[in-house]
Write a protein that binds this ligand. Structure first.
Ligand SMILES: *Cc1c(COP(=O)(O)O)cnc(C)c1O
Length: 361
């Protein structure tokens, strides 16, 4: 069976460099934080053009740290797209906040800025824009809405590290942007990991402390923080993969283009639509079809793996059942019934996949 993300092929290609980097850390005696992690943070800041990069233990932790740093309090309301991975809503809820679910745009699956106004009231404190499947939300509109209502804006770039909007890296377009280094994300480690990006020095200082038991210097705890650190081995792996990252992005985009050409000939399936301001990292290559089951069957017979991101709107998850007065988001509901994703990483052989598929069509 073809792997959905071919991490073994990636490791084989970079093996020599990776093993060198891994040995450097294992032989150094320094395994959490330290120079390797600092170097990674510097390189990520340079890559994205953002002033401060703070690494941490996961993308989910990064969201929680960001909410802490921005001062989320129990009862505060935060606007989140209804069609997303659960982390943003989960983190708001765990800190006592109330997720308010906005609908998505029907073409890009990103949060619909026009749906925000009815959700904003005196309890609203912020917006989390999820840059889903690798493309950036309409940050210039979200920023102006946030500004005029005194709200903060977080970008969730767990799927879109390296994506640009209007020529700028998505990590530079919010008060704080987070990303994830979960192994199957576009830039993945060999375990959990995450990072936060901000141009605001005060927020950066706070985030650094929060991720390290609230302390800047050892045993002097200014804030009530936690342990959320990246280990040096993951940093070394990420630094190695970062060197090849732009090349990989190009290959992902080429793969997506090959799929686009093939699937445009079928009337009952829609290829991904990329906003003209955006470049996409294609964290997922996501098709949509009213005949999804028909397509899933064919892929199944051709032994090509598919994924459904996501089968259920967040507002209809059992864990949020007690949130009263959630509105029905028809765009999110429709997407949940129609989307399915195909393997698209830099090491996916799209020609082989399409040749297998043709035999079953
Ligand atoms: C993967 C993901 C996260 C969480 O990242 P972890 O590192 O797995 O905690 C958050 N948001 C989105 C949109 C994601 O896809």
């Amino acid at each position: 069976m073809i792997p959905f993300v071919n991490l073994v092929a990636q490791r084989n290609l970079y093996r020599e460099e990776l093993e060198k980097a891994e040995a450097r850390v294992l032989d150094s005696g320094s395994y959490v934080g330290g120079q390797e992690v600092q170097n990674l943070e510097n390189e990520l800041a340079i890559y994205t053009g953002v002033h401060h990069c703070i690494s941490c233990a996961s993308g989910t932790d990064a969201l929680e740290l960001a909410l802490n740093a921005l001062g989320l309090r129990p009862g505060d309301e935060v606007i989140i797209p209804d069609f997303s991975f659960i982390s943003p809503a989960e983190c708001v809820y765990r800190l006592g906040g109330v997720p308010k679910f906005a609908d998505i745009l029907p073409d890009t699956f990103l949060i619909d800025p026009a749906d925000l106004m009815p959700l904003i009231n005196e309890k609203t404190v912020g917006i989390i824009a999820v840059h889903l499947f690798g493309q950036t939300s309409a940050m210039e509109i979200l920023r102006s809405i946030a500004k005029s209502h005194g709200l903060w804006l977080i970008g969730d770039a767990a799927q879109s590290f390296g994506a640009k909007r209007g020529g700028k890296h998505c990590e530079s377009l919010a008060d704080i942007t987070i990303t994830s280094f979960y192994p199957t994300k576009p830039l993945g480690a060999y375990g959990d990991g995450g990072a936060l990006f901000t141009d605001n020095a005060d927020l950066a200082d706070k985030l650094r402390k929060l991720a390290n038991h609230g302390a800047r210097s050892r045993y002097f705890h200014e804030l009530n923080g936690k342990n959320s650190r990246l280990d040096a081995l993951q940093a070394a792996v990420l630094r190695t993969k970062l060197k090849h990252f732009d090349e990989e992005l190009k290959q992902r985009q080429k793969n997506a283009e090959k799929y686009n050409q093939f699937f445009s000939q079928f009337p009952n399936v829609e290829i991904p639509i990329i906003d003209s301001e955006n470049t996409s990292t294609f964290a997922q290559y996501t098709l949509r079809s009213k005949d999804r089951n028909h397509w899933l069957n064919i892929f199944d017979q051709a032994e090509i793996p598919t994924g459904i991101y996501y089968p259920r709107p967040l507002s209809r998850q059992p864990c949020f059942a007690n949130l009263s007065g959630q509105m029905k988001n028809s765009g999110a509901a429709r997407a949940c019934h129609e989307v399915f994703s195909l393997p698209v990483c830099a090491f996916t052989d799209v020609e082989f996949i399409l040749s297998q598929l043709k035999k079953k069509l």
